[in-house]
Design a protein around this ligand. Structure first.
Ligand code: F0G
Length: 462
């Protein structure tokens, strides 16, 4: 028997490794300057620890790679599609499934059918590309986070929830007839990786049903949400993560999933639907824009890795180890003197840059400054979630209204980094926290109108 009083290690060992570079301080200074001080423009071979995203960045397993060798690349009706479809149908319970190459392709296809000019999409929080896809469909993306989310330090277990009172009021009010969709993001990536409770999903689903509004999940991290429900919500301790995930899908009319996260693959996505008419309309769009409905932009070997990945991701031993890894990383960072959004979720930690760098105003982009410093000091790549991403700018790219918080996201790729990598990042952060005043602010040199953070270029202030 294994000891039950010590946390178990991850249920895998490393078989193939990839070298990571260590640049000199001078090389890092030159690299980030050449990138216009935007980490998105760095080359991956200039980065020592890459915490930009947990999307498509995970390690696959030997079982996934063995399955991939069996990939059937037939144009239509490939064996690999049926293997993937059966796994996804069993997990989600939806009668109609469409494969897409990644999450945002599913967003575009679904939104072009459910939204349009004058319509509104309500969410606990839209992810950035989701927000952009709602707007590109001509509609308005409106976030209704719960009040608890506003306190970054509280230990409330389900700060990813939607505000049920505002949801009800919006649907019953003058804007109600314009709402085309309610989309619940699990876990809430835009708001600190916080989970959504089953009670909140049930209540939101009931409100939507009463008002006849489609209720969908943006379920990129369905397994991680299920794990946090099992840990934190009364009544679910005897459920498997897979049972909890299936129950969540059951509550909704359909789902969008970016399988680059909890699919444990580099690429892939899924639309799940109950409504046969909506399925037909989405399928026509899919065939015209992504590929035939048995591959949707994916190769047979991708579908094979996905089918296997969907099994591995709900393994309680895997989820327990991953959650524990993130929690330990949070403790290391907090001990280094840097606050993170509490309580720790699973796929990422969110550093409170506004609190760490009070000498920088939001217009000097403290989150961005911290992100650049992580690269300058340690070759670490992160993502800003503050006024650079969410603030409003005037025509001269000066900040007019700041974001509510100045955060930096450290996303944690699945099965990729070890305890030593996290200790290294925490040590670099400790160095910053010892002398935060040395960190300069930035100003925007040029910025595109939409999805600013991907393409913006900046300059350090003197
Ligand atoms: N929804 C959520 C909640 C996401 O986090 C993402 C992607 C998407 C949809 C879009 O999926 O990338 O497959 O097209 N999130 C990544 C991230 C990019 O870094 O958080 P996609």
């Amino acid at each position: 028997m294994l000891p039950d009083h010590i946390p178990l290690p991850p249920p895998y060992r490393i078989k193939v490794v990839e070298a990571i570079p260590f640049l000199s301080a001078r090389e890092r200074r030159e690299a980030i300057a050449a990138a216009g001080y935007n980490p998105f423009h760095l080359r991956a071979d200039q980065i020592t620890v890459d915490l930009l995203s947990d999307s498509g960045t995970g390690a696959t397993s030997t079982a996934q790679e063995a399955a991939a060798a069996l990939g059937d690349e037939s144009y239509a009706g490939a064996r690999s599609w049926f293997r993937f479809r059966d796994e996804a149908a069993d997990l989600t319970g939806y009668p109609h499934l469409l494969p897409v190459h990644q999450g945002r392709a599913g967003e575009r296809i679904l939104f072009s059918n459910l939204l349009g000019p004058g319509r509104i999409c309500l969410s606990n929080t839209h992810f950035d590309t989701t927000h952009a896809n709602v707007e590109m469909a001509g509609a308005e993306a409106r976030d209704l986070p719960c009040a608890e989310a506003a306190d970054l330090d509280s230990a409330e277990p389900f700060k990813g929830n939607i505000d049920l009172t505002t949801l009800e009021q919006t649907l019953a009010g003058p804007d109600g007839p314009r709402v085309g969709l309610v989309l619940m993001t699990i876990t809430n990536n835009g708001l600190g990786a916080q989970p959504v409770s089953m009670a909140n999903l049930e209540a939101a689903a009931a409100i939507c049903r009463r008002h006849g509004i489609p209720f969908f999940l943006d379920a990129a991290r369905f397994a991680e949400n299920a794990w946090l429900v099992r840990q934190r919500e009364e009544g679910y301790q005897d459920w498997t993560p897979r049972q909890i995930a299936t129950r969540a899908f059951q509550l909704a009319d359909g789902c969008l999933i970016s399988l680059k996260k909890d699919g444990l693959t580099a690429i892939g996505g899924l639309i799940g639907l109950r409504d046969a008419d909506l399925f037909e309309r989405c399928e026509a769009n899919l065939i015209a824009t992504e590929g035939f409905s048995t591959y949707g932009g994916l190769a047979g070997h991708d579908l094979e890795r996905l089918a296997q990945g969907l099994r591995e991701v709900v393994d309680p031993a895997y989820l327990a180890a991953r959650a524990e890894q993130t929690a330990r990383f949070a403790r290391m960072i907090n001990d280094a003197g840097v606050d993170t959004v509490a309580p720790a979720g699973i796929h990422a930690l969110y550093l409170n840059a506004g609190r760490l760098l009070p000498h920088l105003s939001p217009a000097q982009f403290p989150g961005h400054s911290l992100g650049c410093q992580l690269y300058l000091d340690g070759g670490i790549r992160s993502a800003e979630l503050g006024s650079l991403y969410l603030g409003t700018l005037d025509a001269e790219n000066r900040l007019v209204s700041p974001a509510p918080f100045e955060l930096v996201r450290l996303a944690i790729p699945r099965r990729v980094y070890t305890e030593e990598h996290f200790a290294y990042v925490a040590a670099v952060l400790a160095g910053i926290a010892k002398d935060p005043e040395r960190i300069r602010g930035y100003r925007i040199a040029s910025a595109p109108a939409r999805l600013r953070h991907f393409k913006v270029r900046l300059e350090p202030l003197a």
